[in-house]
Design a protein around this ligand. Structure first.
Ligand SMILES: [Zn+2]
Ligand SMILES: [Zn+2]
Length: 382
């Protein structure tokens, strides 16, 4: 029925259109509505909306017993002003699809078209458009939604495009593939005084500088193997920008990352303890907040082998990722729900980095992604 129809051209146009209308984490209303329409147009047997936020899942059910295979992509863009100037430049001021989730959605929409043309013969295929990946809350929201039971998979797969790798080449590793991460914000409060009489106040300056020095050294202090954890200071502020006041407040923000969830917990506990000890020693009040918690992403052996096999069948080169990526992905949470595998697909060696303001997903890698996902799905549902 769709013989002379150019799927890749349709997906490229869709991807560019999505790029024009980037919606940030938790605000993906229009993007989600659009994906629902697409899934219905492709004859999905059921479309679940509002899953853990604006999440959407399209279910293609063969009606015959068999495994449920879930493919996941992300709906959200970033609060980054686009500096590139493609014809499909962002039309929403201050927002941009700088992580390539527009491309991931287009690939998933391609799968919907393929499943429309050739229905699964057994089992079910679930195409999941997850919200709020960038803030680390979307996967949690989807898993905590009671309707997740309706789409609980036997296997789950996800991909991320990755600059710095040859376009359209895949890579994967078994076991840990992305670090866990979490942000910590430490607020120290003393009291201000005249800069001529600092002895009348209680400045958090020393406690702050101790923490700025100490936090990045925590992995070493804890005896964690080099390369398995790191603490990156991301922001620090002391008092106000004034010469006449000895400061009364300080703020420190850092991101903690580790290879496993257990290491991450040890690291976070140590960061809290150090902050409290520094505050106590200086007689300061302290308030600690944490946010953007990402679980470590762990690839199941069987699911990883399935990705390798799918790549081979699709004629896509699949390399080995030498160690886990230090960045995080909330796909990691799906590994607690089902055997899962997360792989990367090269976006080109000279491509800007993810989250750079001029990032633009390379449409040329859509066919390879589609071919890999299609083999993964057909293997289970043919
Ligand atoms: Zn991102
Ligand atoms: Zn991303």
């Amino acid at each position: 029925m769709l013989e002379n129809y150019d799927l890749i051209a349709e997906l490229t146009a869709l991807r560019r259109d999505l790029h024009r209308m980037p919606e940030i984490s938790g605000e993906e209303e229009r993007t989600a509505a659009r994906m629902s329409v697409w899934l219905r147009d492709c004859g999905a047997d059921e479309v679940i909306e509002g899953l853990g936020g604006y999440g959407v899942a399209g279910i293609f059910d063969s009606g015959t017993p068999g495994p449920t295979v879930l493919l996941r992509c992300e709906l959200d863009a970033l609060p980054i002003h686009e500096t590139g100037s493609p014809d499909w430049r962002s039309q929403i001021e201050g927002n941009g699809h700088m992580c390539g989730h527009d491309g991931h959605m287009a690939i998933m929409c391609g799968m919907a078209r393929r499943l429309q043309t050739e229905r699964p013969a057994r089992g079910r295929v679930v195409l999941l458009y997850q919200p709020a990946e960038e803030t680390g809350v979307g996967a949690r929201g989807v898993l905590d939604d009671p309707r997740f039971e309706q789409i609980r998979p036997d296997f789950a797969f996800g991909l991320h495009n990755l600059p710095g790798m040859k376009p359209g080449e895949a890579a994967i590793r078994e076991g840990s593939v992305c670090f866990a991460s979490e942000g910590i914000q430490i607020h120290l409060t003393g009291w201000t005084s005249h800069a001529a009489h600092p002895e009348d106040g209680r400045s958090p300056a020393n406690a702050m500088s101790d923490l700025v020095t100490r936090l990045p050294k925590l992995p070493e202090e804890l005896g964690i193997a080099p390369g398995d954890a790191l603490v990156t200071l991301s922001h620090a502020r002391l008092g106000e920008a004034a010469f006449g006041i000895a400061p009364g407040e300080a703020w420190i923000m850092a991101t903690l990352r580790a290879r496993t969830d257990e290491l991450q917990e040890r690291l976070m506990a140590a960061a809290r303890e150090s902050a409290k000890a520094a505050a106590k020693a200086a007689g300061l009040e302290i308030d600690i907040e944490t946010s953007e918690r990402f679980a470590a992403c762990f690839n199941d052996a069987e699911a990883t082998a399935m990705v390798r096999e799918a790549c081979a069948e699709a004629g896509v080169a699949c390399g080995e990722v030498d160690g886990p990526f230090r960045w995080s992905e909330d796909f990691g949470l799906f590994s607690s729900a089902a055997p899962s595998a997360f792989f990367v697909l090269g976006a080109g060696e000279d491509q800007p980095q993810l989250h750079n303001p001029d990032y633009d997903f390379p449409d040329a890698i859509i066919p390879q992604a589609l071919a890999i996902f299609e083999r993964l799905v057909r293997k289970q549902t043919d």
